[in-house]
Write a protein that binds this ligand. Structure first.
Ligand code: RI2
Length: 310
C-alpha cells in the first residue's frame, strides 16, 4: 500500500516548521497515527503492522532532536502489534493516540499551575525561543495577579521570540524583546529564567533551542534561578541506553540571504544545544518540580525498564 498522504503531509509540515514546538509536534505525530488507523482500508494484519511501522518512520524522520515526537508516536503504537485482529489493532492505535494527546494537553495545564508558583509577585522573567509550556506558566502567574515583567529573546534564525512576545503581549504582560546577544547584559535585571525543553536526557541535561546553554551560563554567573518546563514525554529513554541526542542542523539559507556572503564561507546552523544538569535549578513537570538528578527515577516509572532497554 502507498504511503498514507496524511502522514506525508504532517511530516512535511513538521520539517518545514509549519507545525513546531516539541509538544505540538508530538501531538501532531500522534494525531497523524490516529488518522492513519482511521483511513486504513486493508484487511491483512501483517500488512497493517508493516505499514504502521513505515508510517511511524516517516514521521520520526521529520525532525530528529525532540524526543517528544518519538514518545508520542511510540505511545500511540503501544501494544498495537500484539493485536491479531485488524479492527482491534486500529481501535487501539486510535485510542492510544487520543489518550496521548489528551494527557499531553493536561500536562501543559498542570505545568502552568506548578510553574506559576515558582514565579513571585514583582519577578522579572527571561524566556528563550517559544515554549508553549513556559509561556503557560508565565501567563498563569500573571492571571493570578502577580506583577511580572518578561524579557524574551529573539531566537535567531527562526525568530520564535516574535511569537513569544505576541503571546505574552496579548495577555497584557509587560514584555520586552531583546536580541540573543543581549542576554548577559540583561541578566542583571532578571529574577528567574523559564525555558521549554525538546529533550531531557537520562543524566538530567536539557536539550533545547540553540542559545539556551548560553542563557543558562549567564543565569548561573548572575545567580539567577534557571528552570525548564518539560512534560515527562520529553524525557528520552533512548539516552539511558547511551544514545546521543542528534542535534538538528538546518538549511544555511535560514542564516543569510542569497549573495550576502562569498560562496567560500561555510555556514553552520545547529538549532539546539545542550545545557548540563549543573546549570538547572529545577525541571517543572506535570508530576511535580523535580531535580535533574531525579530524571532516571521518573523514566523508570514512566517507561518501565523493559521499554528503556529496547
Ligand atoms: P513547547 C522549540 O523548538 C523550542 O526549542 C522550545 O523550547 C521547545 O520546542 C518546546 O516547545 P522549535 O520547534 O513544547 O521551535 O514548550 O525548533 O511548546
Amino acid at each position: 500500500m502507498g504511503m498514507d498522504q496524511n502522514i506525508v503531509v504532517t511530516a512535511q509540515e513538521i520539517r518545514d516548521m509549519k507545525i513546531r514546538g516539541a509538544g505540538r509536534i508530538a501531538r501532531a505525530g500522534a494525531d497523524a497515527m490516529r488518522k492513519f488507523a482511521e483511513s486504513y482500508s486493508g484487511s491483512d494484519i501483517a500488512a497493517f503492522r508493516k505499514d504502521m511501522d513505515e508510517a511511524s518512520k516517516v514521521l520520526l524522520d521529520s525532525r530528529p532532536t525532540a524526543v517528544s515526537l518519538w514518545n508520542g508516536v511510540q505511545a500511540s503504537m503501544k501494544g498495537v502489534k500484539d493485536e491479531d485482529d485488524i479492527e482491534s489493532a486500529k481501535a487501539l492505535l486510535i485510542s492510544n493516540s487520543e489518550q496521548f494527546i489528551k494527557e499531553s494537553e493536561e500536562a501543559v495545564r498542570t505545568i502552568a499551575k506548578i510553574g506559576a508558583k515558582r514565579i513571585e509577585d514583582g519577578d522579572t522573567i527571561m524566556t528563550h525561543c517559544n515554549s508553549s509550556v513556559a509561556i503557560g506558566a508565565i501567563v498563569e502567574a500573571f492571571k493570578q495577579g502577580k506583577d511580572i515583567k518578561v524579557f524574551a529573546t529573539e531566537s535567531r534564525p527562526w525568530r520564535q521570540g516574535i511569537l513569544t512576545v505576541n503571546d505574552l503581549a496579548k495577555e497584557g504582560i509587560d514584555t520586552t524583546l531583546i536580541i540573543d546577544s543581549a542576554v548577559r547584559l540583561v541578566m542583571k535585571k532578571v529574577d528567574k529564567v523559564l525555558v521549554g525543553a525538546d529533550t531531557i536526557t537520562s543524566h538530567g541535561a536539557l536539550v533545547n533551542k540553540i542559545g539556551t546553554s548560553q542563557v543558562a551560563m549567564a543565569a548561573k554567573e548572575a545567580r539567577v534561578q534557571f528552570y525548564t518546563c518539560s512534560e515527562t514525554y520529553k524525557f528520552s529513554p533512548l539516552t539511558l541506553d547511551g544514545d546521543l541526542v542528534k542535534i538538528e542542523e538546518r538549511e544555511t539559507s535560514e542564516v543569510v540571504k542569497p549573495g550576502e556572503i562569498p560562496d567560500s564561507v561555510k555556514i553552520y546552523n545547529p538549532v539546539f544545544d545542550i545545557t548540563p544538569a549543573q546549570y538547572i535549578d529545577g525541571i517543572i513537570t506535570e508530576i511535580g518540580l523535580i531535580s535533574p538528578g531525579s530524571v532516571y527515577d521518573v523514566m523508570e516509572r514512566k517507561f518501565g525498564t523493559e521499554m528503556m532497554k529496547e
